[in-house]
Design a protein around this ligand. Sequence first.
Ligand code: XIL
Length: 469
Amino acid sequence: MTRPSTPSRSHRLRRLVLLMAGVLAGGAGLVVTGSADAGTTLGAAAAEKGRYYGAAVAAGRLGDSTYAGVLNREFNSVTAENEMKWDATEPSQGRFTYTNGDRILNHARANGKSVRGHALLWHAQQPPWAQSLSGTALRNAAINHVTQVATYYRGKIHSWDVVNEAFADGNSGGRRDSNLQRTGNDWIEAAFRAARAADPAAKLCYNDYNTDGINAKSTGIYNMVRDFKARGVPIDCVGLQSHLGTTIDSTYQANIQRFADLGVDVQITELDVQQGGNQANIFATVTRACLAVPRCTGITVWGVRDCDSWRTGANPLLFDCAGNKKAAYTAVLDALNAGGTTTPPGSTTPPPGSTTPPPGSTTPPPGSTTPPPAGGCTASVSMNAWTGGFVATVRVSAATAISGWTVTVALPAGTAVTGSWSTRAGGTTGTVAFGNVDYNGRIAAGGSTEFGFQGTGTPPAGTPGCSAA
Ligand code: XIL
């Protein structure tokens, strides 16, 4: 498997910085700083690797303080476990209810977490009225559902599972029979087009299970994604649910890689692993596989504690029923923190005040990279704008390790910030300072993290300023 390009670049930069620090220090004694910048929660550790770590959340459990405590501390992304599904959001045709979806969304946004939308169209958990439709009536109702729900949540969803579980199990590699499939094979691309039109900022994912390795089903999906990319059907990501048993396919990482190679992101969307086998190792293997593929952008576990899981008796999650961390939790955290967070042995740290090169120290040879100033950060923006509004996704990058950041954005007159995620916004108009939240302030050398905001009016232009703590 090819090594990820970003970590190896950052390792080279780190080594160069440390080498030069050693030169400046005149080769003073060896100091291994250990894991000073290792994340202490799943969200923080994943953010240091430019990824998110999320959990499926049930609105009805948010009032449980143990549950909410673990959720708020550990995870920086949430997925509504049931509350944004078709039966929940459109219980009768044309009447939309977002009460429980909003409870999850608002809880997430108030705590600086991004939100995965799940799921716009699926053969399961359809409201009874949709189950009884067919043909053009069902197709129109389905596309209207996509449009209405994606429009309601426009600008607030990191990624949508636009279509869930449309492929058949087994060796056919083809579509699953369903009322939606019987409206015509193009129902999936029609759904993606409607979702893009409704929410141009959301990443649009196809999500499925039994796709946790290279097999007939994942190959069928691979061929669909390749075809979509070739024909310009808007698709940004593939979700691998990863409801796993006591083994993991040896091609798990290779499968992620082949989707990434098509030019889509991969997200592990519903991870849970049967307890009683190699649970901790399997969780660690999934984590390492995602970290090894730069386009694998995040992992979501399907619930918080074992007793919250839909897999009754499997105890497939990272926390026990009392909210205690399991061995699987430690395995995941260690895997997230491995590599790139510990100063390599043998490196040296300059003593305080040793800024003057000692006599005889050498000037770096021509063409060598000058180490950036300590504590610096840079910000870059990817903008999705439409008439009257925009969503900005901002990447904060740190050349050397930092422990906090503030990004300053100058908004044009008449433009206002209406929402933000993974940041605390210091205002809504004029020049707005966006600060880090608890879990994404610390960025390892060469690492980055993302936050976002949406607004009304004309999008800001230019590169925002970044200052680090
Ligand atoms: C499950 C929920 O966890 C349960 O609470 C519900 O009763 C059924 O659905 N694949 C999916 C998820 O995409 O939506 C499913 O969630 C689990 C399988």
